[in-house]
Design a protein around this ligand. Structure first.
Ligand code: GLN
Length: 492
């Protein structure tokens, strides 16, 4: 029965509708893999097995009558940052303790409304701050992938490391994730999975634990391009509960995937050819270009001149918003309270003990850049840079329909390799933060294995609201690459 976990989401949904197997069978098959793999990979922080089987039985009852939603009976995982009614949600921080939400996030509600089955909650960097999943209060996730002939444990990326690892190790058919500066795309790239961050405002932020509200966006991680399109169609919706939600229709991306790229113009931004870029990344990028050319796309060189300011701007704007958003964790309303000598002391002790090191670092940076004497020099300046970055993209899109870049400067690195130096960790986000600063859709998909046997990925950045072009380009690259490698199952 364990073969059911090897199915793509799309095929699983078809199989369920055709009654080739039941929702209970495919859910149980995933729970069995989780039982074996999770003690070693640590992707799930909580497995909701009983609830999953109940949801599966409800799906089977609907399927028996020929009813059911788009994802009826399909078991998926949920990142710890989505509030799930009655199910613990901690954003992987001690400060939330055993917080159990009394309400459901819009994104997860949309998934349950279409029949998806919840397997459990997925590990992540604390409050989604990190690129390696090492800041989680539940401990790091281990990447299912290893270098050939080398047992070094690698990071699955972050912050959605649990989402990416669980998809890569067949512990769910697909997972929800979120992306503030690359947290869907970089973990997808490190684990040979596919992820998309839609246009800012496409997916509701209601019920998602906030990190940096003007950058945060939900999206899926799944096994292939079609599955991400299917997940995204269900996750997105106009939502009155989120004032930044876009009131636009959600297209049927699954139906336009195969339109090809003939006549499309694909921009190659020269500033992404950064100093010291490795030959393997350069070759990967060139290969992507060749495939798109062969499929009838025209390749154009474009310039995004403010790219070099993107990381500094991001690491000002994101901590500033975080310091404001995380002010609500004071021991009075949510999670844990550490009593101090008086009220102020209780606030301070609760926050000092509840937040992890990386979160505290960001809160201090955020408070600093927003403080009266430094607001103009840092925060305001970063906002101006952000506007310039958006204008760069607008200018580039006069010449092309979408951009092709690498997702990350390297393949997955070792656990502990970069965690001692925060700046080195931040540099990993160099290709991903720009899309968040500009609010644009961006997608990552695996293309090949490097010499060490680790997946490498390309990124497609689209115009605002043009996820369709991202999917079309991705589909052509996916078909050309024929990437079907899976991690060796050392956990089985
Ligand atoms: N790695 C980036 C950061 O630490 C992005 C995180 C994210 O997208 N949530 O801020």
């Amino acid at each position: 029965m364990s073969d059911l976990t090897k199915l793509t989401l799309t095929d699983a949904v078809k199989g369920l509708k055709a009654k080739d197997f039941s929702a209970r069978e495919i859910t149980q098959a995933h729970l069995d893999v989780i039982d074996k793999a999770n003690p070693q990979i640590n992707a799930y922080t909580l497995v909701t097995g009983e609830k999953a089987l109940e949801m599966a039985d409800a799906s089977d009852a609907k399927l028996a009558k020929g009813e059911g939603g788009i994802l009826e009976g399909a078991p998926i995982g949920v990142k710890e940052l989505f509030c799930t009614k009655g199910v613990r949600t901690t954003a992987c921080s001690d400060i939330l303790g055993n917080f159990v939400p009394t309400y459901e996030s819009t994104v997860t509600q949309n998934l349950w409304d279409q029949g998806a089955v919840m397997l459990g909650k997925l590990n992540m960097d604390q409050f989604a701050m990190g690129s390696s999943n090492e800041t989680s209060s539940f401990g790091n996730v281990v990447n299912p992938w290893r270098r050939v002939g080398d047992e070094t444990q690698l990071t699955p990326g972050g912050s959605s490391g649990g989402s990416a690892a669980s998809v890569a190790a067949d512990m769910c058919l697909a997972a929800t994730a979120s992306d503030t500066g690359g947290s869907i795309r970089q973990p997808a790239a490190f684990t040979g999975t596919v992820g998309i961050k839609p246009t800012y405002g496409r997916a509701s932020r209601y019920g998602m634990v906030a990190f940096a509200s003007s950058l945060d966006q939900a999206g899926p991680i799944a096994k292939n391009v079609e599955d991400t399109a299917l997940m995204l169609e269900v996750m997105c919706s106009a939502d009155d509960k989120d004032s930044t939600s876009l009131h636009v229709d959600t297209p049927k991306w699954t139906q336009s995937l195969s339109k090809g790229v003939k006549g499309m113009k694909i921009g190659i931004p020269k500033e992404y050819r950064v100093d010291g870029m490795s030959d393997e990344i350069e070759a990967l990028w060139q290969q992507g270009i060749e495939w798109l050319k062969a499929a009838g796309a025209e390749i154009v060189d474009v310039s995004l001149p403010h790219t070099k300011y993107a990381l500094p701007a991001y690491y000002i704007v994101a901590p500033a918003e975080a310091s404001s958003n995380l002010a609500r964790y004071d021991g009075m309303r949510y999670g844990v309270r550490k009593e101090g000598e008086n009220l102020d002391d209780t606030y301070a002790t609760t926050r000092a003990e509840g937040f992890g090191e990386e979160v505290k670092r960001r809160l201090m940076i955020g408070a600093y850049v927003l403080s009266a004497g430094y607001y103009d020099a840092y925060y305001l300046k970063a906002q101006k840079v952000r506007q310039r970055i958006l204008m760069d993209f607008q200018e580039a899109y006069k010449q092309c329909d979408a951009l092709l870049t690498p997702t990350c400067p390297s393949a997955a690195f070792g656990l502990g390799e970069k965690s001692a130096d925060p700046v080195e960790m931040y540099l990993n986000d160099i290709f991903t933060v720009t899309a968040n600063l500009a609010g644009l859709p961006a997608m990552s998909l695996p293309v090949s294995l490097n010499k060490q046997g680790l997946p490498l990925s390309l990124q497609i950045i689209g115009k605002a609201l043009d996820e369709e072009s991202c999917f079309r380009v991705a589909k052509v690259i996916e078909d050309s690459a024929g990437f079907s490698a899976k991690a060796k199952e050392w956990w089985a």
